[in-house]
Design a protein around this ligand. Sequence first.
Ligand code: G6P
Length: 608
Amino acid sequence: MCGIVGYIGKKPSVPFLLNGLSKLEYRGYDSAGIAVLTDENRICVRKAKGRLSVLSDKISGENISGSIGIGHTRWATHGEPSDINSHPHTSNRGDIAVVHNGIIENYAILKEKLISRGYKFVSETDTEVVSHLLDYYYKGDMIDAIIKLTEKLEGSYALGIVSAAHPGELFAVRKDSPLIVGIGENENYIASDIPAVLEYTRDVYLLEDKEIVWFKDNQVTVLDTDKTEVKKEVFHIDWDVSAAEKGGYEHFMFKEIMEQPSAITNTVMPRIENGNVVLDNITLTKEDIERFNKIYIIGCGSAYHVGVTAKYFIEHLARIPVDVELASEFRYRNPIINKNDLVIIISQSGETADTLAALREAKKQGARILSIVNVVGSSIARESDDVLYTWAGPEIAVATTKAYSTQMQALYLIGLYFTKMKGTIKDEELTEIINELCSLPSKVQQILDNMQPLSSYAAKHFNAKDVFFLGRGLDYCTCLEGSLKLKEISYIHSEAYAAGELKHGTISLVEDGTLVVSLATQGAIFDKMVSNIKEVKTRGAIVFSIAQEGNTAIESESDFVYYIPKTLDIFAPALTVVPLQIFAYYMAVNKGCDVDKPRNLAKSVTVE
Ligand code: G6P
């Protein structure tokens, strides 16, 4: 949530700040602002409610000179989106400005104290306590003031700070919110995430909690809260710059849908050697795997849906009990876990606040942590015992597609690896499954080459008010994701139901013209699914079915059928999600929605 950037160098800072913020808008986009330390040694603040473009237009005629600055793109938590609540926030004299990502949990009590000391608050934000506290603690040394600040603040923060008393300097600090330092030539940067600096440098420092960064002229010093210098290693990013650009596509989401064959190839193929799954850098031994009584899979949003799917196939193949939990529930419910349990954490960003907290809770209780992460060096990756990277490249659209697909592949790899270690199925069968796994990228490509029927179908039905997604077993799991995709980007109400539950309530919502998306790819329960489709059809539903190629029995029960290439039933989720992504995308495009930046959402949810 919220994106922050900062620049210190020799050039005017505004172009970097605006460009950097444009790369972070996926983190929040209800208002934006910048603060520049001008050549006259004043702090010039400009901010505006709305997308970054509103701010850019507002300042387009101005010449804001100054080669040090900070910027912010907001996802409102405390106080509605407005010019006043936008960041940066300043001290009452206007000589200190801060941008903040995170939530100051004890802001109310701090605010009360500051008011009693004569500080005037102008916004409703939690962040404003930071600028006033810095002013209160500042006695000539900004590092000392920041250290005192870290002692007082509770909650999460990544902060960028400029001060008129410190020309030629920029400060930053983080706790539980992501922040990186970009190391350039004669200029340096801060940013919430890598895409903001990718055009300028590939060398970054990853910061630990409560590390303070002090930029003075061309020097970057990282200090701990004892004011001792911390030697940081440079982390080199090898992403291609174009990977974070739209590359001719109208939307990032569509580009990322199209990238799925190569993304899943990158996740899987380097991990298949001589027909066996080899998990790079995973230190789990056969004995560890045999010792696990239970696996917990934890994530939020789509990552959770991957977990729900993985439960079905890991239990089926490796015969280890799996529980799947939403991170926001797990972290507060005092779960029963111990050293004989494996906790698998799934997160694209590696920074989701609830997921990170769940990881810490599980670790505290002694569980072994294996994480599936996309962003290299993120907090979740760093705090896990083992990490399996998805190598999907940067994902920018708020609605995940390629990260979801690669997380699924990573779980297939883990499931098959555990299966081999536990010897729960015969080697020949395992080989057949692994061969099929390797064919999935080309099968996803076949779907992408045949999306026209889906776009035409969406063009006819984008005015639907409610859509129900029905499926059984692994199909039900994919329904959860298909329904989420549709509702988050098209704002059409939709729900996913296990088809067997239909008669326990949901069917009362089905009436003439209700659109039902039915997934029927699972051989063993195909007939049951057909009966459920008949039940909704009888009550007037319009049925769009997805089935495996050759399974034409579904046609007489459906108004429209989309066939996925034939695959093993356990791999159907890797394919069926793709037409559902495309369907959701075209429903949203036809409705004229902002596909990449759906209202009220943000990609990286770094607050609770
Ligand atoms: C947000 C995103 C979802 C994502 C979820 C978890 O809600 O919009 O696409 O699944 O966060 O994010 P993570 O980075 O932990 O996978």
